[in-house]
Design a protein around this ligand. Structure first.
Ligand SMILES: [Zn+2]
Length: 323
């Protein structure tokens, strides 16, 4: 018994000696290492975002950014469930851009042709005038109701493309960009009754039409009479124009959309009385969620989860933060 007490005391003495020696060698009590500074940016699924606005990078809360995008991209008089679907798409799209490293020093920009549109409070006050408070509150509520929610495929935020309106069916992503399993052509319920300027016309004189085509494709054979220029049209599975043969050259629907400033590639092209006429349905590239389709689904009683599941099939709605 006495031996074991002595052994314990000796062990304690050795322990104290070792601690003393360590303090002596390290020059005092070991300092706590400062915790690494956590800057949860959007590229790692966090809550801050670096937004390129007019050439200047602004750091802002992801949720404030989502309000600015939803306000800029969707009419504020749309139903709350459509606005909620838009808020989730906007948040998801920003997180997708942030991960992709599209911009060197920013996660996302405010150019709708590159990333997605975004407006700050001053711009929204100017746009909405005396309706600012009510509209801003409505859109902020849509962002808040979905705070932190993003659409994921295999655990990653998806390329949540969206557009204004489709012509019966949305476009398959592979028809414009590369194939993605969750961006397939699906039915979209909006019609001319609900969508302003659903069908538009672009008319060009034969001369102007020819000059525009030759500018893009000098090899097109357009020297004969105009009624002989228009060849076969190929449509994709969504019904949009994939290709049109003009003057023996194959023009893609997207190319013609750009050349003649058409609102979409859902068009037919005819020639009559010296004029070429594009009859165009819907607005936008047609991929992903149709905003007017979302509104019509909301009118029919769908909630934002159903709208998103319809337009982005196979994705999972994941909530990373928020109440
Ligand atoms: Zn951009």
């Amino acid at each position: 018994m006495r031996n074991s007490i002595w052994t314990a005391l000796l062990a304690l003495a050795v322990l104290f000696a070792l601690v003393w020696l360590k303090l002596l060698l390290t020059g005092g009590a070991p300092e706590a290492q400062p915790a690494p500074v956590q800057t949860p940016d959007a590229s790692s699924g966090g809550t801050r975002l670096r937004v390129l606005v007019d050439g200047e990078v602004r750091d802002m809360a992801l949720e404030d950014y989502v309000v600015g995008v939803t306000a800029a991209e969707m009419p504020a008089d749309f139903l709350p469930e459509a606005l909620r679907a838009q808020a989730v798409a906007a948040r998801t799209y920003a997180l997708y851009c942030a991960r992709g490293g599209k911009h060197a020093d920013a996660d996302v920009c405010t150019d709708p042709g590159c990333c997605q549109a975004w407006l700050d409070e001053a711009a929204l006050r100017e746009r909405w005038g005396e309706d600012f408070d009510a509209r801003h509150e409505k859109i902020a509520a849509a962002a808040e109701a979905t705070a932190g929610e993003r659409l994921c495929y295999e655990g990653q935020a998806v390329f949540a493309a969206f557009h204004s309106s489709s012509a019966g069916f949305t476009e398959d992503c592979g028809a414009i960009w590369s194939e993605l399993p969750y961006l397939k052509s699906v039915f979209s319920p909006e019609t001319a009754e609900r969508v302003p300027n659903y069908v538009t016309f672009v008319a060009r004189s034969a001369l102007d039409f020819r000059d525009t085509l030759l500018y893009a494709r000098p090899t097109a054979e357009l020297s004969g009479p105009p009624e002989t220029w228009l060849g076969e049209t190929e449509r994709d599975e969504s019904g949009r124009t994939a290709f049109v043969v003009l003057g023996g050259e194959r023009f893609s629907g997207t190319e013609l959309r750009g050349l003649f400033s058409l609102r979409s590639t859902a068009f037919t092209l005819t020639y009559e009385d010296g004029e070429f006429v594009f009859t165009v349905t819907g607005f936008g590239h047609g991929v992903g969620m149709s905003q007017y389709g979302a509104e019509v689904m909301a009118e029919a009683g769908a909630d934002y989860r159903e709208i998103l599941a319809h337009y982005y099939p196979g994705t999972e709605l994941v909530k990373e933060f928020g109440e």
